[in-house]
Design a protein. Structure first.
Length: 119
């Protein structure tokens, strides 16, 4: 009798490839945003509130920043969820920490978006 093959029981969350790819895509997006922000920052002119407000006043920059905020929240969620799944063994504590993390990230993203669209 064989112990491998199609009768093997596979358990777990199976987020592997999807989350690995999501982490890489969101990291690249955040790195590109950093480059765009540095280019905008290094443009000639006095640094101050007016300069920063001008950077974020254009619609394309608001949209890019919005996408990066959502990407950052998702990136953080995947990472923290993996930490909680790997290192917190009691199911109740892990569920609480995951729910708290999710609520915290949604609140932070909502606040950041509210600040962004007020400019």
């Amino acid at each position: 009798m064989s112990t491998f093959g199609s009768k093997r029981i596979v358990v777990g969350a199976h987020y592997g490839l999807r989350d690995w790819l999501a982490q890489r895509i969101t990291a690249v997006l955040m790195a590109l945003f950093t480059v765009v922000l540095l280019v905008q920052f290094l443009m000639p002119g006095e640094l101050g509130y007016d300069h920063w407000a001008a950077i974020f006043s254009s619609q394309w920059m608001k949209l890019l920043t919005f996408v990066v905020i959502i990407s950052l929240a998702y990136h953080a969620w995947v990472g923290m969820r993996d930490v909680w799944m790997d290192y917190v063994k009691p199911v109740g504590a892990r569920l609480f920490l995951q729910a708290f993390t999710l609520v915290w990230l949604v609140a932070c993203a909502g606040w950041a978006i509210q600040v962004l669209w007020r400019l």
